[in-house]
Design a binder for this molecule. Sequence first.
Ligand SMILES: *Cc1c(COP(=O)(O)O)cnc(C)c1O
Length: 412
Amino acid sequence: IANALAIQLNKIEAEKIKRVINATGVVIHTNLGRAPLSARAVERILQAAANCNLEYDLSTGKRGRRGAAAEKLVAELCKAEDALIVNNCAAANLLVLSTLAGGREVIVSRGELVEIGGDFRIPDVLAQSGAKLREVGTTNRTKISDFEKAIGAETAAILRVHQSNFRIEGFSSLPSVSETARLAKKYGLPLLWDAGSGALLDLAEYGISDEPRIAEIIEGGADIVTFSGDKLLGGPQAGLIVGKADLIGKIRRNPLYRAVRADKLTYAALEGTLFSYQFETAIEEIPALRAIALEPWEIDSRAESLIKRLKDKSSEFLSHKIEIRTKKGASAIGGGAAPTVRLETTLIAIKTPEINADSLLSELRKHDPPVIARIEDDEVVLDLRTVNKEDDRLVENAVFEIVSKAEVLTRP
Ligand SMILES: *Cc1c(COP(=O)(O)O)cnc(C)c1O
């Protein structure tokens, strides 16, 4: 009975939401809670956790608009007329399509009928919203004339979708934002743009050049743009809808909005995250952007000092029993953004005769706090790009404790 109880309790313990250290090098790791929040966002969440002015206007003492501050900030940063915040980008698309295209046709390129993962598929979301999918073009090429030929009495909107987690290379093309916007305007149709990852900054200098800024898509003439709060934006899970005020108004009045609206913690965390953009301190303050912007030499020097500290601490036996060294490697963006981008990094590679790579990986996972690493060429590798600098010590302690324990266990 005692054993059975212990097993159950351990299971409950392991399933509880707890903080883990992401040493995978995947910046926006979907399984690890996507974007880690900034200190500013966390501070705002603490404010909102108590009673707060979610729907209360402190100047008049009357009912106020939910999420007004965050929505104004989003609109401003995206150079859009208005904004609406919901639970996630899937909900945003569902709400937009059901409001503006329910029962009628939406034209989508065959090259953009994407699956994001976790069962999010554009054709399914369209079907769920009540809109009818009208596919045009081919997998690799869609011309503006393909869109134009499909426009008819049944057409409600043109939908463009960011390809997110894949790229078609070679003989491929799609019309630009402004070309598509001109066509939509000519026929009086709304141009809807599912941008997915939601970059607010130009990240080209960090090697990410295929993630257009939301403001650029708005400037290009899209009427409604939807994107996630917890991908490249670096905030909480949320779906952001920005664009024309009259359309946003309609979307806000859809009864479905009530079912997919965000909660107070989301608004608070978004406010905190967006303030960093407004203060132009996003790269320093938002962990996902900070990780992307880290220079390879910084990661290299942190990895080298971690190894040095480990070797100093563990004197003779560890240096015999554990082979720990740095090697060149690559970090990824993750979260369905910039799938072809590889950021140069330095990995810490660990090998021990006592513990094989799988067991070491699992020991790291069972550590408190869990350290999530990966295996490359039969070695456990840790990438400090996605670890907070202040947490290097925790990684070091985890490795030290696990390897020391193994030494004790195997000592004759
Ligand atoms: C990620 C993504 C979504 C889904 O966003 P969630 O916030 O995870 O619901 C929708 N569309 C695109 C293009 C995406 O990349």
